[in-house]
Design a protein around this ligand. Structure first.
Ligand code: AHR
Length: 520
């Protein structure tokens, strides 16, 4: 990765007995983190903290949208508790309506009076879609929480004409019939469409295409993305599955000049076996390790795709957007028929943190990412059950990391002890840093080792600080979760383990924790 993470092997380490004030029964190891505020990097695009909301399971229906006549408190049909929680973490962009769902979606089903909208089968994920949540509901939702809009276009079963009419419906001012239809349906001003995805997973559920064929299809569609000249739309090509750099290579070589961004999808499956992915809550240290190892793999994936993109785009005009990422576990046994519903533990929090660290280290190329998904689906921010809502450990990482949105990336060098389990070893400490517009340096430290605390010597070059404060997220068990009855088992608290002396911050980093520090 761009910043360096070096693992120190066990023998080189001094083991220190920890200050009893922190109460760890175990011994601490030493790590060193150097933050190069003297060598500032690119801006960390806020969109790296983006989210994905697909029409499936209870993600939209019940999770975001309950309708204005619901007994659940709502703002024009959107759950008030969910809206407030999403506003609090400053969601920068939302991708919708899929995913695989996007390539079977007819946008005209989701406009006009709700009681007249057709019910369609959800061929990708089972069940039916009532179309109560359509274009108006999505665009208004994004506006309500202050997020940019990323609409994924239907290429698999759609046409360029349907796409261009949808875009005109959303963005046209003036008096065209489509603009008038939008007004008749209740929205006077055009919306701002920020990103348009040209198909989704075109190598798979989007149409089982080969990259040469898709690249030509992309060129055709991209030609007809017409938006007002003062409100341009970023065109996102459907990118590769994980390590398939051949896809990126072919699509970039044929269509690169018309591409503004290309996507990458990567999920971590703890067992590595799609037929038995592993439980979100009942797991041991083997799957703790395999999940974190999966998250760390993102660094290599981005480096490889970015290197291929460099061949066609050395100035990095084209963004790499990781518009689906996260942990995919077995569906929760109590989820009923809610597709892709899984719990979320401290393990998800740590894997989210290291993934976000990696995105930031590649901020020159990675300019958007969308965790899968927002509510009640996969590695969700929020879980709901009827009127109840719970914030997940992953939500709290996004909350702690929101200080990095729009900050200037600061390269970090990390020397950390090895965390080893069985035959696998990874660097035990991960870190990222950024300086915000007010000049405050924020440093995130993640201790992947569930057994040992680390005494981290943190030096920030090029900045004279004198005060440090922070928050930490940890729990007593690796599989600790928040439930509707116990919503506060994993939540950030003020961190008192950092001291500033002679220009060096000494941090006692608890085992299995995420700490975000603000240095003034
Ligand atoms: O996020 C769930 C699904 O995973 C998406 O619909 C699809 O794009 C991916 O395979």
């Amino acid at each position: 990765m761009k910043g360096k993470v070096r693992a120190w092997r066990g023998g080189l380490f001094t083991l220190l007995v920890l200050a009893s004030g922190h109460g760890y029964a175990d011994v601490a190891q030493e790590a060193q983190v150097i933050v190069h505020a003297d060598r500032p990097g690119p801006v960390i695009h806020p969109e790296i903290y983006g989210q994905f909301a697909e029409q499936l399971g209870r993600g939209i229906y019940g999770g975001i949208w309950v309708g204005e006549h619901s007994s659940i408190p709502n703002i024009r049909g959107y759950r008030k508790d969910v809206v407030d929680a999403l506003k609090a973490i400053k969601v920068p962009v939302i991708r919708w309506p899929g995913g695989c769902f996007a390539d079977q979606y007819d946008w005209r089903d989701g406009i006009g009076p709700r009681d007249k909208r057709p019910v369609r089968m959800n061929a990708s994920w089972g069940g039916e879609d009532s179309n109560q949540f359509g274009t108006h509901e999505f665009m208004d939702f994004a506006e309500l929480i202050g997020a940019k809009t990323y609409v994924n276009i239907n290429v698999g079963t759609g046409t360029p004409r349907e796409m261009s009419q949808w875009i005109e419906y959303m963005t046209a001012d003036g008096h065209s019939s489509l603009a008038q239809q939008r007004r008749a349906n209740g929205r006077d001003k055009p919306w701002k469409l920020d990103y348009a995805g040209i198909g989704n997973e075109m190598w798979g559920c989007g149409g089982s295409m080969r990259p040469q064929f898709y690249a030509d299809v992309y060129r055709q569609y991209a030609t007809f993305v017409h938006a007002p000249s003062n409100a341009p739309v970023v065109r996102v090509a459907s990118g590769a599955n994980a390590g398939d750099v051949g896809w990126t290579d072919t699509v970039m070589s044929i269509a690169g000049s018309q591409i503004d961004a290309i996507s990458l999808h990567d999920y971590t499956i703890p067992t590595g076996d799609w037929s038995h992915k592993g439980s979100a809550t009942q797991f041991g240290e083997d799957e703790w390790m395999s999940t974190l190892q999966g998250a760390l793999r993102m660094d290599d994936l981005i480096a490889r795709h970015s290197a291929v993109m460099d061949k066609y785009d050395p100035k990095k005009r084209v963004a790499l957007v990781v518009d689906e990422w996260g942990n995919w576990m077995d569906r929760d046994p109590g989820a009923g028929d809610a597709a892709l519903y899984q719990q979320n533990s401290l393990r998800d929090a740590l894997s989210a943190a290291v993934t976000l660290d990696i995105f930031q280290a590649h901020a020159d190329r990675v300019r958007m990412a969308n965790i899968a998904q927002m509510v009640n689906v996969l590695q969700a921010m929020i879980l709901t059950d009827q009127s109840r809502m719970v914030l997940t450990p992953t939500y709290y990482v996004f909350d702690m990391y929101k200080v990095f949105q729009g900050a200037t990336y600061l390269p970090v060098d990390v020397q950390a002890p090895v965390y080893r389990y069985g035959n696998v070893s990874v660097p035990g400490v991960h870190a990222t840093a950024g300086r915000d517009a007010a000049g405050v340096v924020h440093v995130a430290l993640v201790n992947l080792d569930p057994h040992h605390a680390d005494t981290v010597r943190l030096t920030v070059l090029g900045v004279k600080g004198s005060a440090v404060q922070g928050r930490e997220l940890t729990a007593s068990e690796i599989n600790a979760i928040n439930t509707f009855d116990h919503p506060d088992r994993v939540r950030p608290v003020a961190f008192d383990g950092a001291t500033f002396k002679h220009g060096v911050v000494t941090v006692v980093l608890p085992p299995k924790s995420v700490v975000v520090l603000d240095l003034h």
